[in-house]
Design a protein around this ligand. Sequence first.
Ligand SMILES: CC(C)(COP(=O)(O)OP(=O)(O)OC[C@H]1O[C@@H](n2cnc3c(N)ncnc32)[C@H](O)[C@@H]1OP(=O)(O)O)[C@@H](O)C(=O)NCCC(=O)NCCS
Length: 149
Amino acid sequence: MNGAAAAEDLFSGVTAPRSLPPNDLTHRLALRVVMLPRDTNQYGTIFGGVILSSIDQAGFVEARRHGVHRWVTVAMDKVAFKEPVHLGDTVSFFTRTLRTGTSSVTVEVDVQAERYTSGETVPVTSAILTLVAVDASGKPIPFKSPPTA
Ligand SMILES: CC(C)(COP(=O)(O)OP(=O)(O)OC[C@H]1O[C@@H](n2cnc3c(N)ncnc32)[C@H](O)[C@@H]1OP(=O)(O)O)[C@@H](O)C(=O)NCCC(=O)NCCS
């Protein structure tokens, strides 16, 4: 792979178009975060809430690909953690859109950790979120409307 192709491959999905086809099931990288000491509990593993916060942000990134608006999270499905996340791990959040409505989109977020010590990648969890496009007063608006924020 030449340099340009490698760079394109590395960033494929990061610069996704603003307007996604409704049934596009491709997972895209939305967020990648290195776990720091501030993210740990007293056992040296990462607080679940830190991952939940990033899941929420990744859902927002995916939602904004559908329309440049304020987006709020209205629902998050059950989240089950399969593996712990450790200090120094690089955690990636991949997203895809499962459903589009009028003001809402439902997004799946898949979370993977790349171990700091071994480089091995392990699946951590996945979540399903629904986000709603809202106006400045917090009222739902069709997300296909022209940019509002
Ligand atoms: C999101 C919010 C604006 C929706 O208001 P609402 O009065 O329920 O609006 P509506 O009934 O018109 O529903 C709007 C959309 O949300 C969807 N929706 C509402 N409640 C939902 C739920 N519990 N789960 C999934 N989707 C839901 C509706 O299906 C609808 O989708 P559509 O337009 O694509 O058909 C409102 O509930 C809200 O402000 N919630 C707080 C959001 C927030 O602050 N999140 C961060 C918390 S810290």
